[in-house]
Write a protein that binds this ligand. Structure first.
Ligand SMILES: CC(C)(COP(=O)(O)OP(=O)(O)OC[C@H]1O[C@@H](n2cnc3c(N)ncnc32)[C@H](O)[C@@H]1OP(=O)(O)O)[C@@H](O)C(=O)NCCC(=O)NCCS
Length: 189
């Protein structure tokens, strides 16, 4: 059962992905600049977008994913995606996002990611949201910073991309400052 709402921001509507989006996803994620900044393959193979969209829907139904197609309010065209991989045991979500190359630099990623972070905390009850990006891709880190995430460190050689070990930066945000009791909780007096 689909459990995701449509999120409206100033300029965007974030809605569930539909199989009918597959061709657009293939075209936009098939851009070399998008593939180079993510773990997507290049060239983007036929059929992968359909499999990816189906897997997102399964994850949403299981409760371990949230995923939004980023569309321009008004005209409705699909320009990107934001997803959360959820580890329910830890009430933690990992963000991933992309925006069509032709739409970079207009604040769309920041607007969409902010909305999904708010959704993760308020509707999904997450405690922490984190994300990584290739250290050579500072635009992604800047989006995370503008969304209120804190830079938590750099993992050296953490990911192998096209045969090269890449450094990645980790960013995170907590729903509220962590409360750490000084002693284990016990029976109240
Ligand atoms: C990263 C990405 C999502 C940004 O999308 P976007 O819609 O252009 O993002 P925004 O416009 O909201 O913000 C981009 C910010 O990065 C800044 N930026 C762009 N290139 C930069 C660079 N080389 N160094 C530092 N900052 C940079 C922009 O100036 C802007 O910050 P500002 O508002 O302070 O000026 C987009 O480039 C993309 O999809 N890249 C490929 C996939 C990817 O990297 N995904 C993230 C992996 S988790």
């Amino acid at each position: 059962m689909e459990r995701q709402p449509i999120l409206a921001t100033g300029r965007l509507l974030l809605r569930p992905f539909d199989l009918a989006d597959a061709h657009t996803v293939q075209r936009l994620c098939g851009d070399y600049a998008v593939a180079a900044a993510t773990l997507l393959p290049y060239p983007y193979p036929d059929g992968l977008a359909e499999i990816w969209i189906a897997s997102l829907r399964e994850g949403i139904e299981r409760g371990d994913a949230a995923a939004f197609a980023v569309t321009l309010a008004g005209e409705g065209s699909l320009i990107g995606g934001v997803r959360l991989r959820i580890e329910t045991e830890h009430a933690r979500g990992e963000l991933g996002f992309w925006v069509a190359r032709s739409c970079w630099g207009r604040g769309y990623a920041t607007e969409a990611v902010r909305a999904v972070i708010a959704y993760g905390f308020s509707a999904l009850g997450l405690h922490r949201i984190h994300a990584i990006h290739f250290s050579r891709n500072p635009a992604s880190g800047r989006v995370m910073e503008k969304c209120g995430m804190l830079h938590e460190g750099r993992f050296r050689g953490h990911v192998r991309k096209w045969g090269i070990y890449e450094d990645v930066d980790l960013w995170g945000i907590l729903r509220e400052p962590a409360f750490r009791p000084l002693s284990p909780p016990g029976p109240s007096a």
